[in-house]
Design a protein around this ligand. Structure first.
Ligand code: TYM
Length: 332
């Protein structure tokens, strides 16, 4: 049976990339699939997080997922740290995955930067925990942005190696779902860099909590080039900022980059940016309002997360039993 798992880190405000690349797809997929959505607080601590800020960002991230339209009654929304099976299975996968596999992970190289020796062991083993998140529920489909593709390939390798090593058909082959025209939204300040929560400049991203004025200002200030917009996608070659803004517009209006080029070809960026800002505000304002409403009622939010964790633990327990039996851990 098809089952969806996806996760999001509570490391600061969510941005338009998280929304268009992931959460909006989750909202659409929840009609067709059984879904688990997880705020991955254990992944967050692979880099230093101030405890109070982590707690606040964890609630805000859960609120944003709900505000975007995830129904917590028909889906499971929960915190990773509330289900011990994630850490238990991750340990098993630490012993299945090979060091050579992890050495190839580009995200570790990016995040560790020049100070590799000083990075946490958790940051290095991060992809094993991610594989555990997914496989603890035998999830078959994982909706993510483009940047998670390599981690999902590793998840497949781990599942296959586990099945081979122990002669079982325990884990499914996971399919990534990288959907829509906005699978890799770039920074508004530099079209070659991913839009990210950790970028030092707040003008590089549109946060789901930004006011309408702030969204409009950030889009007005977004880097562009001096040429008018092209009338076909071919004209976006070598113009990363233009390509990025057009793909954001395409995603927000549920159309294709081709259509957007046809509509705005020859226009100056100023006209286009005004329309883009209107679309972005229209999409995000209701979400922001709902996040604020949910954040004012932490008891309700916490009880949704508690119920989600309970249901997740019930799904995880038999899978972990099966894994332990396959390995030869004595069941006493
Ligand atoms: P995270 O928290 O960085 O991002 C959450 C989701 O948002 C997508 N995303 C983007 N999509 C388009 N453009 C962007 N600029 C952009 N930035 C982020 C990400 O691809 C992701 O889908 N390792 C994961 C969290 C995770 C996970 C999992 C995901 C942990 N366990 C299991 C899926 C399944 C991460 O750091 O996402």
């Amino acid at each position: 049976m098809a089952r969806i798992f996806s996760g999001i880190q509570p490391t600061g405000h969510l941005h338009l990339g998280n929304y268009l690349g992931a959460i909006r797809n989750w909202v659409r997929l929840q009609q067709e699939f059984e879904c688990l959505f997880c705020v991955v607080d254990m992944h967050a601590i692979t880099l230093w997080q101030e405890p109070e800020a982590l707690a606040q960002a964890t609630r805000e991230t859960a609120a944003a997922v709900l505000a975007a339209g995830i129904n917590p009654d028909t889906n499971i929304l929960f915190l990773q740290s509330a289900v011990p099976g994630h850490a238990q299975l991750a340990w098993v996968f630490n012993c299945v995955a090979r060091i050579g596999w992890l050495n190839r992970m580009t995200q570790f190289k990016e995040k560790a930067g020049k100070h590799r020796e000083n990075a946490s062991v958790g940051l290095y083993a991060y992809p094993n925990l991610m594989a555990a998140d997914i496989l603890l529920y035998k999830a078959t489909h994982v909706p993510v942005g483009e940047d998670q593709k390599q981690h999902l390939e590793l998840t497949r390798d781990i599942a296959q190696k586990f099945n081979n090593d122990f002669g079982v058909a325990l884990f499914p082959v996971v399919e990534p779902l990288i959907l829509g025209p906005a699978t890799r939204i770039m920074s508004l300040r530099d079209g070659t860099k991913k839009m990210s929560k950790s970028d030092a400049s707040d003008f590089s991203r549109i946060n789901l909590t930004d006011s309408a004025d702030s969204i409009a200002l950030k889009i007005r200030r977004a880097k562009t080039d001096p040429n008018p917009l092209p009338d076909s996608p071919d004209g976006l070659e070598g113009r990363p900022e233009a390509a990025n803004l057009l793909s954001i517009y395409a995603a927000l209006t549920d159309s294709s980059i081709e259509n957007v080029c046809q509509r705005f070809g020859g226009s100056p960026f100023s006209d286009f940016k005004q329309e883009l800002a209107d679309r972005a505000v229209a999409a995000l304002a209701p979400i922001t309002a709902e996040v604020n409403r949910l954040m004012a009622d932490p008891e309700t939010l916490d009880s949704i997360l508690r119920s989600g964790a309970e249901r997740a633990r019930a799904l995880a327990a038999p899978v972990l039993d099966e894994v332990y039996r396959a390995i030869g851990f004595l069941q006493t």
